[in-house]
Design a protein around this ligand. Structure first.
Ligand code: ACM
Length: 489
């Protein structure tokens, strides 16, 4: 009995051609084969199938019943899935594409597949062909580990949940007024004084990553084809920096540590040489630790910096990022200056237009779309749901799904977009369960906008596919908000 249909996938695939006459049954004799370079993806496939099926699923070098292959002609991150009664062939344009085919395959199996012990189920994969490719190369999520610290294990669990929806970037907001969450050797007091217990919002949720912790996260993410994007927020959001290093304040006096939720009160000093020595060291160390191409320098809500000082600061700091071999990303306020072509602006506001972002797009800069009234996962679902904030509005699932990134800002069309990102700020979060509850089921909406063809957007179809994910999250122990818009089974 087939429990799934070939198109029951989030994000919805580009092309689906079901053929119910050729369903494939995974059984105790099913073997797996992997072309060279796909050994790790094959191991991942076995790791997600073996516990619940109880089958060995031996990996052999011949022609396995489930075959993993690469055909570069398909394109980066793209894949093709051919399911016949004899065989399943998962062909990626590259290993990432094969990994996404595996994610699609998981979603096509019965819900019991997520169990960690052997289950009785018919492991039927619906027959037919899927040909699928991403709309955008940047499909991101952001986790604020500054306001509430998340441990390495918690971030790994979060990543495991994200990649099921073909998210490929995790932006870590590592620093803010309350705390500093990553060891910097040349400025050791950042974490010694501002990274410990009690430095999260309300004096809770502190902590920090050693360089080893951060490298462990990077390598875990790499195996899931996720690029980590570290953010060091400057010139505002720096009270924790100035607590540790008072020489980075205007008057040389250390401010009091703060764990309230105010923003826009702290600033580095644009006219001091120490500011740029600090920025250079931090960017150099973060660039050396980070294999991905991007380094995010923040740049948001610098209300305590004059407009002239802000421009001075951004103009001096952007070249430091390129000097150390990285491509700068900043919140869109940084588009107040003429950006170098490599720089990426991340739009986050709720206004209908933004002159700076449009100007950056016209100059050839790429834009990441994170409008707060659609993509901010820290906004409440409804007036009576907790946790969450509501300054950008209430965001139910239909709102998160119902917008078009290429039409969000005048002057910022499809060709200007690098992609989309759903940020999760953590002022009101106290646990991974809180983070998951805010992320699901809205993240899948943003993931579908980022991956699926623009003309495939269909709320009723999404709603029906999403409903089936409720039992899947339950089976995996992932918390989610049971939005009343969805007919959860
Ligand atoms: C932001 O929400 N301050 C980027």
């Amino acid at each position: 009995m087939v429990t799934r249909e070939l198109g029951d996938v989030i994000p919805v695939p580009a092309e689906v051609r079901p053929d119910a006459a050729v369903d494939f049954a995974i059984d105790s004799g099913t073997s797996i084969s992997a072309a060279p370079g796909l050994e790790q993806v094959a191991d991942y496939l076995v790791a997600v199938l073996r516990p619940a099926t109880g089958f060995e699923l031996a990996i052999n070098s011949g022609a396995g019943a489930i075959a993993l292959a690469v055909d570069p002609e398909l394109g980066s991150e793209s894949y093709r899935m051919d399911v016949s009664s004899q065989r399943i062939v998962l062909t990626g344009g590259d290993p990432a594409g094969v990994f996404y085919a595996v994610q699609t395959l998981r979603q096509l199996l019965p819900v019991e597949i997520y169990a960690d012990s052997a289950q009785q189920a018919d492991w039927i994969v619906p027959g037919g062909v899927i040909v699928d490719r991403p709309r955008f190369s940047y499909r991101g999520a952001m986790l604020d580990v500054a306001r509430h610290f998340f441990t390495v294990d918690e971030v790994k669990t979060y990543l495991d949940a994200l990649v099921q929806f073909k998210i490929n970037h995790l932006h870590l907001h590592l620093t803010d007024d309350q705390g500093w969450r990553i060891d910097i050797e040349s400025w050791p007091k950042l974490t010694a004084l501002s990274g410990g217990d009690g430095t999260g919002v309300d004096g809770l949720g502190g902590g920090c990553y050693s360089k080893g912790d951060y490298e462990e996260l990077i390598s875990y993410a790499e195996k899931l084809f996720v690029t980590i994007v570290p953010e060091i927020d400057m010139p505002g959001h720096v009270n924790a920096v100035q607590v540790a290093y008072p020489e980075l304040t205007a008057d040389g006096v250390a401010p009091m540590p703060r764990t309230d939720m105010e923003v826009g009160y702290s600033s580095l000093v644009a006219g001091k040489d120490e500011t740029y020595a600090f920025a250079d060291d931090v960017i150099r160390e973060m660039a050396a630790l980070t294999p991905g191409p991007y380094l995010h320098i923040g740049g948001d809500e610098a209300q305590a910096t004059t407009a002239e000082d802000y421009r001075t600061f951004i103009v001096r700091v952007l070249p430091l990022v390129t000097k150390y071999g990285k491509r700068p990303i900043g919140w869109h306020e940084m588009a107040a200056v003429d950006l170098p072509t490599a720089a990426v602006a991340q739009f986050w506001r709720i206004e209908e237009a933004d002159e700076g972002t449009a100007r950056a797009a016209a100059r050839g800069n790429k834009i990441i779309m994170s409008p707060a009234d659609k993509t901010y996962l820290d906004m409440r679902y409804a007036a009576d749901t907790r946790p969450g904030l509501e300054w950008a509005g209430l965001i139910d699932v239909k709102t998160a799904y119902g917008w078009e990134p290429a039409e969000r800002l005048p002057g910022v069309g499809e060709e200007a977009l690098l992609g989309v990102e759903a940020p999760l700020w953590s002022e009101t979060l106290r646990s991974l369960t809180d983070a998951e509850t805010m992320t699901f089921p809205r993240l899948p909406a943003i993931a579908e906008i980022g991956w699926s063809p623009r003309d495939s957007r269909d709320w009723e179809s999404f709603r029906a596919r999403l409903a089936e994910y409720g039992p899947r999250w339950r089976q995996q122990g992932i918390a989610f908000h049971p939005s009343p818009e969805i007919d959860w089974p």
